[in-house]
Design a protein around this ligand. Structure first.
Ligand code: CAA
Length: 240
């Protein structure tokens, strides 16, 4: 039977590439999205992957949404926590709402979604969880105390949950993308982005498909010995 996967924020950008990669591995994929109905409809027309609308920052909506996916497709074997937002501002201009929104979506979303699927995975003895962190969670970034804290939290979350899943065939890993050619990065002011790209040894932005390739590797049935790890895919911008 085909594995069932949920990709949050799975209809656009990196998430779309991940949804397509998992589909191409033969999985039944459900891609979630929070707001953009038109883009989600186009995504489904283009890819044949079903889209489901709920806010990953809303705990109850996640539990209910996962129940709906399971009713439609079957028990969830693979979860990719990809949904994320930015609310960049220097500390001086960062209000509490910008902090909270990013924490609730980027980090809270990982908890809310994992909570909905983890018991089922451990109970059935198989699961793959991949959380999308960021180079900026590893290295920090000017104007991103909220985003860097949330993404850094994802890396801790990954290592802790990996320990709980390990005995039950459930692997939990993270990817730390660098600057990828998506709407999120396009929103960075041009002169700031130019300086960032100048510091990427590979000399360009990454492609969404280059992140999806890493996710596909971690979600493979043969990747059972890889857990608690973070795979950096950043063109050499941050090495450690
Ligand atoms: N280091 C040191 N100083 C910096 C700096 C940096 N990296 N970036 C900006 N500054 C300085 C500026 O030179 C400026 O100083 P002066 O006033 O003396 O000239 C001061 O800080 C204010 O800079 P801005 O004019 O840019 O301030 P702003 O308030 O208009 O904007 C900002 C601040 C919103 C943080 C803006 O600089 C910005 O958007 N930066 C990009 C942040 C970023 O990289 N976000 C990543 C988004 S993509 C993503 O997050 C995906 C992922 O996972 C990689």
């Amino acid at each position: 039977m085909a594995r069932v996967a949920i990709v949050t924020g799975g209809t656009r950008g990196i998430g779309e590439a991940i949804s397509v990669a998992l589909r191409d591995m033969g999985m039944q994929v459900a891609a979630t999205y929070a707001g953009n109905d038109e883009r989600a409809r186009q995504f489904t027309d283009r890819t044949g992957v079903a889209a489901y609308k709920w806010d990953v920052a809303d705990f109850d909506a996640c539990q209910e949404g996962v129940r709906k996916v399971e009713a439609d497709l079957g028990p969830v074997d693979v979860l990719v926590n990809n949904a994320g937002i930015t609310r960049d501002a220097t500390m001086k201009r960062m209000d509490h709402a910008k902090w909270q929104e990013v924490m609730d979506t980027n980090l809270g979303g990982c908890f809310n979604m994992a909570k909905a699927v983890f018991d089922g995975m451990t109970g059935r003895g198989y699961g793959r969880v991949v959380n999308i962190g960021s180079i900026n969670g590893q290295a920090g970034q000017y104007g991103q105390v909220n985003y860097a804290a949330a993404k850094s939290g994802i890396h801790g979350f990954t290592k802790a949950l990996a320990q709980e899943g390990a005995r039950f065939g459930v692997t939990v890993n993270a990817i730390a993308p660098g600057y990828i050619d998506t709407d999120m990065v396009a929103a960075v002011p041009e002169e700031v982005l130019g300086k960032i790209v100048a510091r990427i040894p590979v000399g360009r932005l990454g492609k969404a498909e280059e992140i999806a390739r890493g996710v596909a590797f971690l979600c493979d049935e043969n990747a059972g010995f890889v857990t608690g790890s973070t795979l950096s895919i950043n063109g050499g911008q941050h090495m450690y």
